[in-house]
Design a protein around this ligand. Sequence first.
Ligand SMILES: [Zn+2]
Length: 341
Amino acid sequence: MSALAELEARALGEIRGATDLAELKRVEQAFLGKKGELTQQLKQLSSLPKEERPAFGKAVNDCKVSLTKALEARERELKAEELSARLSSEGFDPTEPGSPVPYGTLHPITQITEELVDVFQGLGFSWLDGPEVEFEYYNFDALGIPGDHPARESHDTFWLRDGNVLRTHTSPVQIRAMERFGAPLSVIVPGRCFRNETVDASHEHTFYQMEGLMVGRDISVPHLIYTMKTCLREILRRDIEVRLRPGYFPFVEPGFELDVNCPFCEGEGCKVCKQSGWIEMLPCGMVHPDVLRSGGLDPEEWTGFAFGLGLQRLVMVRYGINDIRDFTGGDLRFLKQFNRI
Ligand SMILES: [Zn+2]
């Protein structure tokens, strides 16, 4: 064994045998330090015959690389041992299972949307989406609300500089759906709508609606009543009565306000229902022939019903919430009550 090989073997043995970082440092100095054994070897280089120098230089260098790697590896091991010794002396056990991280919950509007989608998909409706920035044509004109129509005044509209609007209802998707899919057609369109309203306990500038549209041959008011009763019974989780009152909306003819019997007093009369025993639930009606025409359908051949369900209102009725601002107030105490996970 050459002197160099002997030195390397000895050094590796000492490196592996070092039991702490200070000892390892001493070993490093002893071999690779300025006066270390390997450094001394290099000094012999000039005393060697010229032709032997390159081979010897390379051998010393290889030895140095090998020792450096071994030092680094041992240093990592010793550091890991020290850390684990320190943690266990501080009572930390890395093998103990973690404690649970608190997680959030789906917003009540999201929950009710998912429930509604479930119910309506069971009734054969498809789930559509539509743009929140809408053309004036789809939001108003195609639904029988031209520029001078008084109904526009009840839609406090956010107008954009380019003449488009933030949709004031989900109804524009009725036209888009008929244009795209023709008839027969059954769709629901849950989504966000905007009105330039002063915010108070029952008005929000941003609200959630779900449009429903069914077009087919011989669709009539009983289909509408059946569909609404089925849906509301599922969502309000009780057997309900509904009644229709005449209501005026430009895009339906005839139009109705649909009421449900008050869940709080069972029809006896209370503060929530203003002693009437009924709660106003949603506007609906038979699709106006002009709206069918806007959607490219022949009103002689097709009829349909449509409704617009206010999702905040539905959640409010279901849980007896009396301030619409709670939904966007960001108060976790409010939101946590709807944790269904
Ligand atoms: Zn009541």
